[in-house]
Every structure is written in C-alpha cells, then in structure tokens.
Design a protein around this ligand. Sequence first.
Ligand code: PEP
Ligand code: MG
Length: 586
Amino acid sequence: MKVNEIILRGIPAAPGIKVGKAHLLGGEDYLVQKSSISEENIPTEILRFEEALIKTRKEILSLQEKVAKGMGTEHAEIFDAHLLVLEDRMLIEEVISRVKKEKIAIDYIFSEVLKRYADVFAKVEDEYLRERISDINDVGKRVLRNLLGKKHMGFEELNNPVVVVAHDLSPSDTAMMYHKSVIGFVTDIGGKTSHTAIMAKSLEIPAVVGLETATQQVKEGDPLIIDGNSGLVIINPKQETLGKYERKKEKIRDLSKIYITLKDLPAMTLDGRQVKLAANIELPQEIPSVKEHGVHSIGLYRTEFFYMNRKDLPSEDEQFEAYKYVAEEIKPESVIIRTLDLGGDKFLSQLQIPHDMTPFLGWRAIRFCLARPDIFKTQLRAILRASQYGNLKIMYPMISGVEELKQANKLLEESKKELRARKIAYDEGLKVGVMIEVPSAALTCDILAKEAAFFSIGTNDLIQYSLAVDRTNEKVAYLYEPTHPAVLRLIKSIIEAGHKAGINVGMCGEMSGEPAFALLLLGLGLDEFSMPAIAVSRIKQIIRLVNFKDAQDIAHKALDLSESKEVEKFAKEQLHRILPKFYLKS
Ligand code: PEP
Ligand code: MG
C-alpha cells in the first residue's frame, strides 16, 4: 500500500533531528465487549482477573525500580499510589461480586467499575483526590491490557527508540523523558517555553510542540522525522526527504565539531568585551552533561522539578543534599538557585493548589511562597546550609514590586536566625537577586536595584506578561515575539537600571539561548546569558566573531524598528552576515 508523506508544522521547542517510529502516549483506549458467561465459567473469569492483577503489580514494581535507579527513590514514589489502586479491596470485591451476580465477562465489569470510580473522583472537591483519577486510569488500562492479553504499550518499558506523540505531557510525564528509548517529543498543545519544552531542551531531546492535530494524524508505529530546529514533524517520510535530513544531520555534526573547539575559550568579543555564559538546569542529574558542554556556572536552577513526581514535599535535609552536590560540583563558579516557582503550568497535587482561571496570573511562585512560609523557609534553610559548600546565590521568581522582595528577604533573615539557633553555619555573604519577569518589576528596576544584588531577566514570562500572550497556548504562539519593540525596550531599561545601580544583569529566559537574538542582547549590554547547556557553544561562537561596538550598533538600529518581524529579520540578517557558513537556517 502506498503511503503519503505528511508534513506537520508546529513550534520548535528543543533542537535536534531524529528519525524513529511513533509511539502514541495515552492514546490506547480499549473497547471492551459486553459478553455473557455461563455459571461454570465464573471461577475461570475470577482467576483471569487475579492473574491480571498479579501481572500488573509486577509490571509496576519493575517500573518503580527503573525510575528509582534513574532518578532517585523519591521520584519513584508516585507508583505507590498506583499500587494502592491495585490493592483496593472494595474495587476488587465489587468486580468479583458483580461478575457472580450478573454473569458478564470480567473485562467488561472491570471497565464499568473503573469508570464509576473515576466519575466519583472527578466530582470530589479535594484537588489531591481528583488528581488520583489519572492513577486509576493508568492502573486500569494496565489491568485491562493484561486481561485482554494485549502487548504492553507503555513507553517506559519500550526497548526500541521511539518518538513520543502525546496531546500534552504532564509534569509527571517529564520524568519518563529520562528513558533511553525516547528520542523525541511531539505534542498537540504547548508553546516554546512550556515546561515540556524546557525539560526536553535540558535533556537534549528534540521536541516539537503545538502541532494541534499530531495525535489524530500520527498512528502508532508510523515512521517519523522530528525536526526540533524548524518545528516540523514528517509522517511517512519519502526516501528523498530522508536523504535531505541525512544531509542536515551531517551539517549539525560538522557544527558540533566546531563547537568542541570552543569549549574552553572565553565568551569574549573581538574587541575584548567578556560576558558570562551559564547553564539552566532543572535537576542536579544534569550537572555532568553541563560540564561536558564546557559550561562552568549555573545561571538558573529551577528547583520546582524537585517537588514534582512525588507524594510528599522534599525535606530540608534532602534539599540540602541536592543543593550541596550542585554547589560542590560547580565551585568556585556560582550557582543561582531560584526559589520554588510553582503554579502556571507547574503544579503539585500534594499542595492542593486550586486551579486558577488564569494560572499564570494567579497563586504562583513568590506569591505562593510568601503565603506558605513553612514550605519557603524549609527551602531557604536548605540553600543557606548548602551555601557553605560552594558559591551559591538565591533568586526569587515573579517579584512584582519591592514589597515582595522585602517580605521574601524577611523570611530569609528568619531562616538564617533559625540556623544560627541550631548552630549551623552558612555563607554570610550570600547574594540575593531577583528575576525580572513581570512588567511592574521591569518598570521599577531602579527601586528594586537598591535591594537586590543582581537581576536576571526571565523573558519567558516577561514576554507573556508584557504582550498578554499565554506562553503555553499554541493558538496565540504567533504573538509571542521576543523581538516586539515593547520587549526590547523593557530589556534595555532593565539593563540600564541595573548598570546604573552597579549590579549585574543576566537573562535566563529561553531568548538568551536563541542565536538570532545574541547580537541584540550583547549590544544591549547584557552581562550574563543563561540557557540550556546545549545552546551555549552556539552563542559563544557568535559572541567571539563580533565587535561589541558593532553589536551595540545593531541593537541601536533594532530599537528604531517598529515591528517585531522587521526586528527579527534584521537580527537574522546581521547574524547571517557574521556567520554565513555555519549558521544553520531553519
Ligand atoms: C522565565 O520566565 O524566563 C524563566 C526563566 O522562568 P520559567 O521559565 O521557569 O518561568
Ligand atoms: Mg518565569
């Protein structure tokens, strides 16, 4: 049968090109036929059910072991909830007694009971309990699969490389990205800076998001090309397309050879301006690969991933160990630990955060931490304790004005006092900075600079808040423009205000790792660029090929343009002029 090549266009979320077979996540729904059974078949049906339960239990235990080995036991605890569903006596007895009474095949009864459970949970007020629906569904599907004798399709247990195709990926799904067989990610929804995109970049797995209909167009096992540079997904690629992509991959390999030669060189312009290039990390496990990329400091450690995929909150000791490890590995260079930034598209079920109508404008980040000093101070004490072991800095997310900064600092002082009472030492000179990601903070940087040791511009949020564009919504992704004159003006004024006050200004949003914007940001005077480690060499290559003076001129000219697209075109032309041979056009 002749199959047609189909090209889907989405949003490039993490670079790289891979060819592999599609694996649809969460797309398996089993059609269970209602069929009657005779009285004498009842014991066999019950036995079949018991065997399926045992088999499922074994599967979950083995999966739990794998995740524990790959990511640590805390992250494997999520499967305890799955095991509990499996051991729910009420559920099991209801199934068995209905089979006996109604004389209907057990698969059907089981799926009916499961649906009823899910409906009941969907109606409860309690957020934590409501989120258990996904556990029930997950386990239910496993049991049904075993009852129906179907082959297991869960990607955690796949042995061949696959490109995962999903409608969306929950933060807990991101844990599965660690699985070696997953070579790419494709989702229907999401934007460039959604948590899925950020995590994929850190793990160096190509990802394309916001494809809208990928789960409808791709079938299980379809051959796919995922092009994370251009945001394309090609279903059933023709021989000719495969050849074209082989050549693209070749070019990427050539570029990586060039990047290796830059590894130990400074990020210095031809006329001697040096900037700092740092890495963004989400988990301490990323440190070895950060070092492999020749990156020596961490400009953003997003700590919230530590709190995800687990039943409880991380203790002070547990956090201390993680922060200490990162501090020791990176010293004498610095690590900027960003305090908990929950909310938006990152939720924790155990905290029962209500789903706001507009989550990014709701109870998130520092707002949440100031309202829950118990959780916030536990983290602050852990960071303070670890500060003795390296060069740590603290940074607060989503500060909207100086009052919040002062309140956060007050809790930091209380945390220090608590440690002193426990006779635990910490770095007395530990610097505290703020993320500038809310327009009100950007416009009051002069005030904030009096209380902050440094600024880091969070463009992922700054763009969404200043342009009123949800960063995770693919429908408005075309409006999410880092080159919008409003964004450029804000960046310029943040840098100027910081410099006027004598403090360093960095950027840790995704914009700082985009080659097209490197010249603009350099020219605007940015001191530190923090990005996924994979992007560092590209940016270094650009910085090393220009004069700061020229970059300043470019930034100046860009600020005179009135449309985002014009700015982008201009920035790309300038980049192409400097890097004609090596710039990989997308
Ligand atoms: C940002 O907003 O730019 C940022 C770096 O923080 P996050 O993406 O975690 O919101
Ligand atoms: Mg942010």
